[in-house]
Design a protein around this ligand. Structure first.
Ligand code: SAH
Length: 200
């Protein structure tokens, strides 16, 4: 499947019915999701691999990876989001294992080849991204994460001696108005697609 085809498929994914601001529920826009998953696939980290999506939401990254030939496990704290992820996966005929768990509170009993994630940036709960980085390094040697552009130097320091930043690709993440405190119709925020490789 070509990048454009993947993006068109992912446009069909249903988002959060009632997004929660506390756990920073923002669906990754299809173009950005397709770009990250396709890039990871070109690196040999998706096709035929076991991929785990941490904070899967309604399944955007999970389904992208499954459509390119990964065996996918998806984890989220929110059962409502997981129910929509199940419906989305069924729509695409993807067989995805869904797990309800709070990253940071439980150790995930998973070993996987690749983690993909668009974790909370920590806008609501300071350092909410840290347990995601820790969980990712605990379960997989490779991680692709969508992170706030401003956090790269922190990530480098936080993962020092545990992982290398193989590459960091600048991108925009469009957030449509979805919460009352959003004053604009939509907002483009600068993000980085960060590719981490565990060193331990
Ligand atoms: N990966 C999805 C959703 C991104 S929004 C996508 O790309 O569209 C972040 C997701 O992380 C939300 O679904 C939220 O419910 C989940 N989340 C936030 N904190 C969590 C935690 N501690 N444990 C598990 N999931 C969490």
């Amino acid at each position: 499947m070509k990048l454009r085809q993947l993006e068109m498929q992912l446009q069909k994914i249903r988002g959060f019915s009632c997004p929660s601001v506390d756990v920073e529920q923002y669906m990754t826009p299809a173009p950005l999701a397709a770009r990250m998953i396709f890039h990871a696939a070109m690196n040999g980290d998706i096709v035929g691999a076991h991929v785990c999506d941490l904070g899967c939401g309604t399944g955007m990254l999970s389904i992208g990876a499954a459509l390119l030939g990964a065996k996918v496990t998806a984890v989220d704290v929110d059962p409502t989001a997981l129910a929509i992820a199940r419906e989305n996966a069924e729509l695409f005929g993807c067989d995805i294992t869904l797990i309800e768990a709070c990253i940071g509170d439980v150790n995930l009993d998973i070993t996987t080849d690749t983690v993909v994630m668009n974790p909370p940036f920590g806008a609501q709960k300071e350092h909410a991204d840290r347990p995601f980085i820790d969980a990712s390094l605990a379960i997989a040697p490779i991680c692709y994460a969508i992170l706030n552009a401003g956090s790269i130097s922190f990530v480098a320091a936080y993962t020092k001696d545990r992982a290398n930043i193989v590459e960091s690709i600048s991108a925009k993440l469009n957030i449509p108005k979805q919460f009352t405190f959003h004053t604009k119709e939509s907002l483009d925020i600068s993000v980085e697609i960060v590719h981490l490789e565990r060193t331990l």
